[in-house]
Design a protein around this ligand. Structure first.
Ligand code: SF4
Ligand code: SF4
Ligand code: FES
Length: 320
């Protein structure tokens, strides 16, 4: 088949370095992956093209890059799956990380965040004579996060990281979950306290991108939501993020729908006047557009609200 690759090029040693797109038209077999095609370009057309790869089997995690705007493993992505014959395929380096050359990014940010969550077991108590034993059942929920191949695709497409580099990001938080949920770890409480701070679990916007792009099904956002539950249960409801969750549930359970006004007031704290005043312009804009319902006690119940309330009650009783 005819492959039409539009590849991002960047040479830091050029007299005036700037990113540009370069087109390569090559003939490849139908079964070729994006990585196979890039290797063919490098071997037959342009040896200056820089990229990372190793296993070519979705194991080592080194070939993550953006294909048609979304982070993927190039060795797991068939060309025919992302473009019909002759259609251009855009190939760029991962996002949210500094480009070193062409498709190669500096993984320093990725690894610094992984290191920040102390990704090693910290058992409490006396050291056993032979080994730490954990039952099969207690390790079941660790299988998915332990499958992470450290490719960085989730970090590349994380929308929260895009606006705040301080956020730990999906890969590091999935790794943190792996140790918080490990029954042999003795530092879970301290870990959760750290994750409750700025840059931790509450900074995720639940955009779902990390779930969508992860090539091995780690589903980092789901792990982050589990960490949020653990933070609320073990550390307490001490942050705007945690109060937001409580207020959300409270208003839906009470009236069957969301009380947007109280959500903001509860999240920031009723007596946090400076913060609430700073939100006033936003509130006014929302009000003018008719999107701000009157707060409680004017927030009327929707028809069927009692059924919604019952679902919440049943859920609460199951948790106990
Ligand atoms: S769901 Fe959260 S962690 Fe995942 S990509 Fe979106 S903001 Fe980032
Ligand atoms: S969580 Fe998934 S996307 Fe993120 S680094 Fe691990 S394997 Fe890659
Ligand atoms: S080359 Fe190893 S995951 Fe793609």
């Amino acid at each position: 088949m005819q492959a039409n690759l539009r590849v991002s090029r960047y040479d830091p040693e050029a007299p005036e370095p700037s990113a540009r797109m370069q087109d390569y038209q090559i003939e490849v077999p139908e079964h070729f992956t994006v990585l196979d095609a890039l290797i063919q370009v490098r071997e037959e057309e342009d040896p200056s093209l820089a990229m990372r790869c190793s296993c070519r089997a979705s194991i080592c995690g080194s070939c993550a890059m953006r294909v048609n705007g979304q982070a993927r493993l190039a060795c797991k992505t068939r060309l025919s799956a992302v473009a019909a014959e002759g259609e251009p395929v855009t190939i760029e380096p991962m996002g949210n990380q500094r480009v070193v050359k062409d498709l190669v990014v500096d993984l320093g940010l990725f690894w610094n965040k992984i290191r920040a969550v102390e990704p090693y077991l910290q058992p409490a108590g006396d050291e056993p004579e032979e080994e730490y034993i954990a039952s099969d059942e207690s390790m079941q929920n660790l299988i998915t996060p332990m499958g992470c191949i450290m490719c960085g695709a989730c970090v590349s497409d994380c929308t929260a990281l895009e606006v705040d580099e301080n956020f730990l990001g999906p890969a590091a938080l999935a790794k943190a979950y792996r140790f918080v949920a490990d029954p042999r770890d003795g530092a879970s409480h301290e870990r959760l306290q750290t994750l409750n701070e700025y840059g931790g679990v509450w900074d995720c916007t639940r955009c779902y991108m990390c779930v969508e792009v992860c090539p091995v099904g780690v589903a980092p956002m789901d792990r982050i939501m589990e960490l949020r539950d653990s933070v609320m249960n073990e550390v307490g409801v001490t942050t705007p993020g945690a109060r937001h969750v409580e207020s959300f549930a409270r208003s839906v359970a009470r009236s069957g729908w969301l009380d947007e006004t109280m959500l903001a007031v509860d999240s920031w704290g009723r007596f946090n006047i400076p913060k609430l005043l700073s939100q006033a312009p936003l509130g006014l804009r929302v009000l003018v557009r008719g999107k701000l319902p009157l707060p409680w006690p004017f927030h009327h119940k929707r028809a069927g609200a009692e059924f919604v309330g019952r679902i919440f009650k049943r859920w609460e009783s199951r948790k106990q």
